[in-house]
Design a binder for this molecule. Structure first.
Ligand code: AMP
Ligand code: MG
Length: 501
């Protein structure tokens, strides 16, 4: 990546230490209002629960060294890796529509790991102790929610959806106190293209700090959109680029039935990665009104609302840029409005293109949107499982079993076969396209819960097997135990998730 940092690379331990750390901290070169220098708080007796060896390798880190005693001390926040300048980032955000000042209240950014390929990734410890932004929180995280983020984020990555990654979870040997009483504590090592959020810009804008805003625009462009550096109007270029990436991202969520659960503006990353896995979950039975989060009483973040909420969040982002867009406010507002108005059509185009891939359709026909709509309408009516319905269409398997042995479905199926029949030379390619876009396995809610319960009780095997299954979601040939493909008996209707604090 062509990002130049002004921070010299310092490596007191030599050669990045045994684990291969090669950290910089370019974020600390930004105006001081954007972060606080604070390290993790040591924990009593760290124990490695899970380590992501392939990710370690991508980062240029030695997995064996990370799993060793010194490595685990780093992953627990008890020891600094070489050249680390730990900081907590300042941000604000709209939570359920209300503006609040936030910041990393339970996380520190150790630095940016420079990979052997020259890429730059944030390495953050989550659950690492209090920071100046902790308010009344303890700065800690419970083991269950951190393992949950590990499982779901890695599943999203395997599904091909931009996401922060999980390098490791270390149990701290300390209890954290939550509503249900004492729970085992843990630290998650999160790896991200960056942790710059819509809320980061909202923080700078709320301070009326134009210099900080300008620095953030420049930094975000250099880090995530280097091709736009030097644009005539950098803020407008950034706004358009972020809108486009979010349109693509939300479409990808919708196409696999993913619910983020808490799409506050502080949980929207400008890199276009999915970030902050709290009460997220995958939908079983297709129902656009699906909500899992226990605190989302009005369904603000329901499945079908996700595109609309992304649009709303991006409007908040656009507002932060107004002072930079144009000296004249009315012109700035017109520019921002024009950009924001493009979101819906960009999203719909990504979504329909994705649905065509799921159905194996090449080219574009007028009737395609209606064909998709009528399938979804049927799925909603019979509460068909979202993942399994599309998976059945992938190799065009037998459709003579319930719920597919149904007149309405068979009539839709005939229409779909007719559409496929108009691209006869591409039958094999179409089947391939469907396989590559319709996962066989997703993190089924009951499987995730079972894996977490076993892990918290000391048995990591259930989670390890689940992670292995989730790592190859598009492998239609692989034989996996049927429980990994089974929706909950009630189609997931009664399932509830909780904020992972
Ligand atoms: P989240 O729900 O994880 O997106 O967090 C929302 C805000 O609450 C962020 O500013 C977090 O840093 C903060 N927060 C969440 N849990 C804690 C905690 N246990 N201690 C301190 N701050 C927290
Ligand atoms: Mg958050």
């Amino acid at each position: 990546m062509s990002f130049d940092s002004d921070v010299p690379f310092v490596d007191p331990a030599g050669a990045g230490g045994v684990a291969g750390w090669r950290l910089e901290q370019s974020y600390a070169k930004l105006p001081e209002s954007l972060y606080s220098t604070v390290g993790p708080t040591p924990v009593r007796s760290p124990r490695l629960m899970v380590l992501n060896c392939p990710l370690a390798m991508t980062l240029g880190l030695d997995a064996d060294a990370l799993a060793g005693e010194a490595g685990v001390q780093v992953l627990a926040g008890n020891r600094f890796p070489p050249a680390s300048v730990p900081i907590a980032q300042a941000y604000a955000g709209h939570q359920y529509g209300n503006f609040v000042v936030l910041g990393d209240g339970r996380a520190v950014l150790l630095g940016e790991q420079i990979t052997p390929g020259g890429e730059r990734f944030d390495v953050q410890l989550k659950g690492s102790g209090p920071t100046p932004y902790s308010r009344r929180g303890d700065g800690r995280a419970a083991l269950g929610p951190m393992l949950r983020e590990y499982i779901i984020s890695e599943a999203m990555h395997a599904l091909g959806i931009p996401t922060t990654r999980s390098l490791a979870v270390v149990a701290t040997g300390e209890d954290v106190w939550r509503q249900d009483g004492a729970l085992p504590g843990a630290v998650l090592t999160r790896v991200a293209a960056s942790h710059i959020r819509v809320g980061t810009f909202e923080w700078a804008a709320s301070q009326r700090d134009e210099a900080a805003l300008r620095a953030l625009v420049d930094y975000t462009l250099r880090r995530h959109y280097p091709e736009l550096v030097g644009a005539d109007n950098p803020s407008l270029a950034l706004l358009n680029a972020v809108i486009e990436r979010q349109a693509a991202l939300i479409a990808q969520w919708m196409l696999v039935g993913f619910l983020h659960g808490v799409m506050n503006t502080d949980n929207m990353a400008l890199s276009g990665e999915t970030i902050d896995y709290g009460p997220c979950a995958f939908m079983d039975a297709y129902d656009p009104a699906t909500v899992f989060s226990s605190i989302d009483r009005h369904g603000r973040y329901a499945y079908m609302n996700q595109p609309r909420i992304a649009h709303w969040n991006l409007a908040r982002f656009a507002e932060t840029l107004l002072p930079l867009l144009h000296a004249e406010e009315s012109v700035a507002v017109a520019q921002a409005t024009e950009a924001i108005n493009c979101f819906t059509s960009a999203y719909e185009a990504h979504w329909l293109a994705g649905m065509r891939r799921k159905l194996g359709l090449f080219g574009e026909e007028q009737g395609d949107a209606a064909l998709v709509g009528s399938l979804l309408g049927w799925m909603q009516e019979v509460r068909a499982d979202f993942t399994n319905t599309f998976a059945v269409l992938s190799p065009a398997s037998a459709v003579d079993v319930p719920p597919f042995a149904d007149a309405a479905f068979l009539s839709w199926h005939a229409d779909w076969r007719a559409r496929l029949g108009r691209q006869p030379q591409r039958a094999a390619e179409s089947a391939q396209l469907r396989s590559a876009n319709n996962p066989v396995v997703i993190p089924r809610n009951q499987q995730v819960e079972m894996a977490l319960a076993a892990a918290v009780a000391g048995d990591l095997g259930v989670m390890e097997r689940l992670l292995d299954v989730l790592a190859r979601p598009y492998d239609h040939e692989r034989v996996v135990a049927s429980e990994y493909r089974q929706p909950a008996t009630d189609g997931g209707a009664g399932y509830q998730t909780f904020c992972g604090t």
